[in-house]
Design a protein around this ligand. Structure first.
Ligand code: KIV
Length: 288
């Protein structure tokens, strides 16, 4: 990767620099090497902040819960993913951008999956799509990759299957379920996926899948043995407080900072100390 940027986040730090976005083959070639750093991003300003620090920006359908307040990812539409995917591409220059295929946009047929994925790639400018599913989706992954669409898989805990799985509990507690998760990851990689997200599984499964699969395995609640890690940015920043899964580590408490800032603003507006003379145009006439 040729990135002539040494430090600092945000657009100002990259101005005038020669930057090449990390490509799908470059990402895939990092199997077993330095851990791959991945975070979600849904908006241009967040992408601008994160781009200098990560290898991959994931426009996840988790945006349905994090940004829109839905209680699952199921209501998310293709149009929503395209709008947010395009915003993240506009806000980033160096990270690989992967956009999630939302529920209902790829399960019906290979043709439906191709049409949806092609729209995502054409209308956002992202480099790849991600879809959930194991052995049952392997044919679809092969169909897409043979037609020029790089696919990232997603196995283990699959949030789009919340109704069939009956909740968001970690997968692979019994031998049979564990073997199933490994078989799913192997099938998706053999079908041509350039990388696989492994979510919410027992740590031994994270190790086993990473050892078995020849492409980078990106863990989310799946052990430190994975080739990389992904988390939801709002989770690590303390901006999404509906619930905190065990695998999330908080690196900031921005939610609390926002509330403090809003409270200070409210107090100053009510006490007429904001706006001050430096925030208004022209001189105020003295009364009385
Ligand atoms: O929807 C999402 O954000 C995801 C990542 C966390 C892997 O699938």
């Amino acid at each position: 990767m040729s990135v002539h940027v040494t430090s600092g986040p945000g657009p100002a730090a990259t101005e005038g620099a020669t930057i090449k976005r990390l490509s799908v083959p470059e990402f895939a070639a990092r199997k077993g090497a330095e851990p791959l750093v991945c975070l979600t991003a849904y908006t241009t300003p967040m992408a601008q902040r994160l781009d200098g620090h990560v290898d991959l920006l994931m426009v996840g359908d988790s945006l349905g819960m994090v940004l829109y307040g839905f209680d699952s990812t199921l209501p998310v539409t293709l149009e929503m993913m395209i709008q947010h995917g395009a915003a993240v591409c506009r806000g980033s220059k160096r990270a690989l951008v992967v956009v999630d295929m939302p529920f209902g946009s790829y399960q019906e047929s290979h043709e439906q999956a191709f049409r949806s994925a092609a729209r995502i790639i054409k209308e956002t400018g992202c480099q790849a799509v991600k879809l959930e599913g194991g052995r049952e989706m392997a044919d679809t992954v092969a169909f897409l990759t043979r037609r020029g669409i790089p696919v990232m898989g997603h196995v283990g805990l699959m949030p789009q299957s919340v109704n069939t799985l009956g909740g968001y509990r970690a997968r692979g507690r019994g031998d049979q379920e564990a073997a199933g998760v490994v078989a799913d990851a192997v099938a998706i990689a053999e079908a041509g996926a350039f990388s696989v997200v492994l979510e919410g599984v027992m740590a031994q499964i994270g190790q086993a899948v990473t050892a078995r699969v020849p492409v980078p395995v990106i863990g989310i609640g799946a052990s430190a043995a994975c080739d990389g890690q992904v988390l939801v940015a709002e989770d690590i920043l303390g901006l999404f407080s509906t619930f905190k899964p065990r695998f999330v580590k908080r690196y900031a408490e921005l939610g609390a900072e926002i509330e403090e800032a809003a409270a200070r603003y409210a107090a100053e507006v009510r006490g007429r100390s904001f706006p001050g003379p430096e925030h208004i145009f022209g001189a105020m006439k003295k009364h009385g």
